[in-house]
Design a protein around this ligand. Sequence first.
Ligand code: SF4
Length: 433
Amino acid sequence: MKPSAPNEHAPHGRRLNPAELEIDLFCKGIRIHESCDLEKDARVFARARAGLGSGLELVIPGKHPIWLNAPVKEKFAARSPYELRLEEGRYHVLHTVDQIRYDVVLPPAPAWYSRYTSSGVLMREIGVLQGTYLGIYLGKACAFWNSNPRENCKFCITGLNVGSPGGDKAEKTVEEVLEVAKAAKEESGITFVHFNTGYQQGRGLDICAPFVKAIKEEVGALVGVQAIPSRDLWKYDWIAELGCDHLSFCYELQNPEYFKQYLPGKFKHIGQETFFRAMEYSSQLLGKGRVSGEIIAGIEPIEDTLEAIEYITRIGAFPTVCIFRPVQGSAMEDWPSPSFEDMVVVFRRVYECCMKYSIPIGLAPNIEVSLVVQPTDAEFLVERTPAFYWYKTKLAVMKRLAGLVFGRQLQPRKIAADADHVPPPPAEIKPAG
Ligand code: SF4
């Protein structure tokens, strides 16, 4: 059910803390004042993946800098009370109702964005920075877009991007991806490469496998994979042996009715249970905090979102919560963006649940994600209780120990497992048909 639009122009009447500002910018978007020179100063507006990275990359500076991709092109952003301005060579965001200004930094487009691979492809059509990591879509355009009638997730625009002019190149080669990842590591200091595929008719992990191995052997970076889940759970052991450090599962909506209505392809061909089983299996396999459950807040009732956060953290996974963006061109482009107040409740719960289940957050070096409010950002939203300080102390100790492990992971290393041939399932397991 489409919710009613929040009052975008209600004043806050006070200065927001950095996490509140991040959330409000995600919810309301930003207008660009004529003083700005985005062509010179900003990263291009990337038409990539499901569309969450369609906006302007910004950093809210501070002891804990916060990265975000602020909506600009969507209809609701044109009504935003926030305006980006350039004055005396510095950018800031002005809340035009509260008349409060917030300093921001625009990360520049890296030089490699406008270079070409040896095969003649613009490098930013292979991968783009989403915060401080490299995001790459693999495989053909999601098959949910090619069915008749279409079965794509209603919020998504991947089918309009992949393979289209100015969008992602379809079916990248390992060589192209390696060239871009090496440039991104050398020039932009990335430590994490995240592969994502849409529905590849059961071959998502198989498609990602050679890329995972190549990054580990030739580049030396942490690698994450987000693919439609497989019922052949043994394939997760295989992808882990190839060096995959992180797996994410975009099941989006907890409420089964909303799952069915807004994710018709996932409902018909995969099923929510398959996401849950794969996520639980992988969380056991890789360990706490190395699997993400990805959900969208702002489509289903907030109680369902809070239940999802509780479930994800209870199984030891990391809650990656996207604030719903009614992206231009998607079937939901006329939906309202979620309310700030609801999203504050959601992200407060994210931090509280990470604390409750001791989920390790913020340990990996230099991974700032601009597409979502990270659990580490959400610490600005919770009360300073003894439990908060105890959790922060544990994280600080874990971060020190993790630094040694990550140092090794960032060096290229030989991988023994074979990526080109899907291994047969263990004898006692019969693959799902
Ligand atoms: S699975 Fe859904 S969100 Fe992912 S690419 Fe396909 S249609 Fe888009």
